[in-house]
Design a binder for this molecule. Structure first.
Ligand SMILES: Cc1ncc(COP(=O)(O)O)c(C=O)c1O
Length: 400
């Protein structure tokens, strides 16, 4: 007899909300999740920006198997020469814009953000950070201090600082970035703020302001990196190179992995005075690096960023054809879309109705009126059509 997993899930796992999605996953393949009760669901959120290649990619699985047979953990990060880790760092250096040629691997996005903040402080000798309203950078104390939504920060204060939050996509406020600032951190597209896509002028003005006052510019590409916006990195849309780029999510090909990359001069401050001033046991785990390297090869070989851009255009036309009066706006770039509703309650009912129809979508953390569509980059047009048809029905269901 099978134990009642659902009952154990609610009894023994710490919950992140009172309303988890609660699907009991049996297996996952491509863009589909299969549940224990025999249903299947189209995954239009890709495990929140992770599963770019679809579930169960054979290249990634075989890289994991090979690495697992060779060795797992052998030493903390940075001491031994581990082939998968070294080859992955070199491959990343080859696709990142110069001079971002050195990678520090971590376990997660938030941990990579923390490392980037520490590097910026030590490199500049300054204390302050500038972040933006609507931002999401993770949930450790330092990353949370950067969060652009006060509701999430307030219960956990005092948080590390000083951090100044400025309005996003507003060139007019950048004068307040002054010579006390160690770094300005931003997402080139703010996914959790409801998929906000800033103007080129804003991102370029931030770069210029940082250069003028000697602050570092950190791009958080944890969610946008590795193809989701229709380019390998979102920074390519703006023609701007940051001093530090933070990556995670897709980076590990489905295994936990983060990293921050910069020029040697910046990252070398973490190795000296004191030596071992920034270390991690599992960061850059060989299994994660093997999976990540295999995933990156697939992304590059199959041109997944370009494919995301083309399928994204198809999705855009499909969303427009839903012609729904409940929708206030649609924003999208590559395969990262936000559908903004007039009424947040309707958005929630729509998400629930879509799930009943077999399609997984969700709202965004800092903009509850916005529903996110961010499928695996390999999604086919037929699958997009299925998703749109079910969403059409769910829009109707959400009224009742
Ligand atoms: C833009 C961004 N930065 C950082 C993070 C934190 O990453 P992790 O959950 O791996 O700590 C996330 C996670 O959703 C994110 O979307």
């Amino acid at each position: 007899m099978n134990p009642d997993l659902k009952e154990l899930f609610y009894r023994h796992l710490a919950q992140t909300s009172d309303a988890p999605i609660g699907l009991e996953i049996e297996r996952a393949q491509g863009c589909w999740l299969y549940t224990r009760d025999g249903r299947r669901y189209l995954d239009l959120i890709a495990g929140i920006g992770v599963v770019a290649l679809g579930h169960g990619n054979p290249d990634v699985s075989s890289a994991i198997e090979q690495q697992a047979r060779r060795y797992l953990h052998v030493m903390v990060y940075g001491e031994y020469i581990l082939e998968a880790q070294v080859r992955f760092a070199a491959r990343l250096a080859g696709i990142l814009p110069a001079p971002l040629s050195r990678v520090y691997f971590t376990n997660s996005g938030a941990e990579a953000v923390e490392g980037a903040l520490k590097a910026a402080r030590k490199f500049t000798g300054r204390a302050a950070f500038v972040a933006f309203e609507g931002a999401y950078h993770g949930d450790t104390m330092g990353a949370l201090a950067l969060a652009g939504n006060r509701e999430f920060r307030a219960p956990f204060e005092p948080l590390p600082g000083p951090v100044v939050h400025l309005p996003y996509d507003d060139v007019g406020v950048l004068d307040s970035v002054d010579s006390s600032v160690a770094a300005v951190i931003l997402e080139p597209v703010q996914a959790e703020a409801g998929v906000r896509i800033p103007g080129k002028d804003f991102i370029r003005a931030v770069r210029e302001r940082c250069d003028r006052v000697g602050a570092l510019l950190i791009f958080d590409e944890v969610l946008t990196g590795l193809g989701h916006t229709g380019r390998m990195f979102a920074l390519e849309h703006f023609g701007v190179v940051p001093d530090i780029i933070v990556m995670a999510k897709t980076l590990g090909g489905g295994l936990p992995l983060g990293g921050f990359a910069a020029r040697d001069e910046i990252l070398s401050v973490l190795a000296r005075k004191p030596a071992l001033g920034h270390i991690t046991t599992f960061g850059g785990h060989p299994l994660s690096c093997a999976a990540g390297l295999a995933a990156l090869e697939v992304i590059a070989r199959e041109g997944l960023p370009e494919r995301a851009a083309a399928t994204g255009e198809y999705l855009r036309r499909g969303i427009a054809s839903l012609d729904a009066p409940e929708v206030a706006a649609v924003r999208g770039i590559g395969l990262l879309y936000g559908i903004e509703f007039h009424d947040p309650d309707f958005a929630h009912r729509f998400v629930a109705a879509a799930l009943k129809r077999g399609v997984v979508i969700n709202w965004t953390l800092n903009a509850q009126r916005v529903v996110r569509l961010a499928p695996p980059l390999v999604i086919t047009r037929q699958e997009v059509d299925f998703g749109l048809e079910m969403m059409r029905l769910a829009l109707h269901d959400a009224h009742s």
